[in-house]
Design a protein. Sequence first.
Length: 308
Amino acid sequence: MHDPEGLYELNDDVTDVPEGLHLIAGLTGFADAGAGVSQLSDYLTDTVDHRLVATFDTDALLDYRARRPTIYFDEDKVTDYRPLRLALYLASDEIGQQFLFLTGFEPDFQWERFTAAVLQLIAKYRVKTTTWVHAIPMPTPHTRPIGVTVSGNRVELIDSMSIWKPQTQAPATALHLLEYRLQEAGHPTVGFVLLIPHYLADTEYPDAAVTALESISAATGLIFPTDHLRSEGRDFLAKIDSQIETNQELARLVGTLEERHDSYMEGKPARSALTDEDGELPTADEIAAELENFLAIRRNGEDGNPSI
């Protein structure tokens, strides 16, 4: 009934996909507050090495009238046509660790068939874990770190990172369905929903992309350079603060949100996955030592002499 046959096409030029990689997923199209997912997708496709593994059938999955492709018009003729794309890539992080990346538009149609197709790819490449990211608007202040709601079956990440654990009904995304099916199959999966200040939901908020990358790193151990995004984030927030200084109504709104946020967080001190048991961040020397140790273990493993 949900036969994935024909819904995607493998790239015959990429046949060396290793087994046991992490799969990262981020699809755009619904409630991408702060452009968190689209920034993540653009960042990864622009900054990391990647090769196309599989392409999904756009005609079967996309409602063109809801999300129209782009054309380029030159005086009296169409010179280019660029349809939306949904694809799976093989990519590498900052230190060469490979992972799979599912990115593009969220399907409008055939969710069950699409999910069956992704499950087929997960089985084909014996994916180790699946991590996905989404972003929604929330009444939170920009003066506090972006929080996340964590779902799935990786309890250690939920316990250490999830600051809002609601019991509610909410509109689903295609990746919610994928997570649900993966949980049924016992596959390790985690979803991070970024809680973006509602008054910044329609902007391109750089800190949303930083939080997405930090969440992915916590779940997978993958390492991504974020200095450029953090610099953009500081400039962005400086402009927001400048606007707030000249707008008393907005200043009152932010102040009220800060009070509510701090009151809520007093009873829910979720421990960051980046801190130790005492809540302390590691020093630069400790981080360097851990990285060097990791690289040494990795080199030994590649030489055929694993340490365990």
